[in-house]
Design a protein around this ligand. Sequence first.
Ligand code: MN3
Length: 214
Amino acid sequence: MNQTYPFTLPSLPYAYDALEPFINKKTIEVHHDTLFNNYVTRLNAALKDYPQYHSYTLEQLILENDRLPADIQTPVFNNAGGVYNHTLYFETMEPKASMLSNYIQQLIQCYFTSLDNFKAQMLAAGLSVFGSGYSWLVMNCRGNLKIITTKNQDTPLSQGYVSLLPLDVWEHAYFLQYLAARNDYIDAWFNLVNWSKVEQLIRNGWMHCDTQIQ
Ligand code: MN3
């Protein structure tokens, strides 16, 4: 994510109805075109009068947030987080979940014993979020995978992790279709995970780790 100001809404990498029946067209339309777009618009609005930060990437706006003028720190942090999280959320879904490569299968077995156990832990984490937030598969800089939760539009970046797979459990991600049944939404979401993308993020994360350790 090397984009800088002015940020633009990434196009949806599949048709609006492509995730049905697991996530319906109306939910994706509202989530992507309205809510995701709102984060983009508000982020640009907050930065508009500060050209000295127009070269900052999303990661910089989040991680170096304390360098910004005090009056835009909070809106930039929240909305940059919203853009970062939603970019990954939509990119890591696909209409038909890809097969797990041997590489991913071995990692899942190593850290979670089985795919079913990974799903159970991700579900429990998603249900444990009080209010709005995410559960995540992340990687630390030693290459270890784990599941964490974040509140609001906080990102794993702020906790020092490489972001791999976000599960958006804000009510807006499922309420139109599942009402209050967050567990049913999470069960459905497992059918949409783009494991090829997750593998790519792991491999990119490794390169990033190597340069940090050196
Ligand atoms: Mn959302």
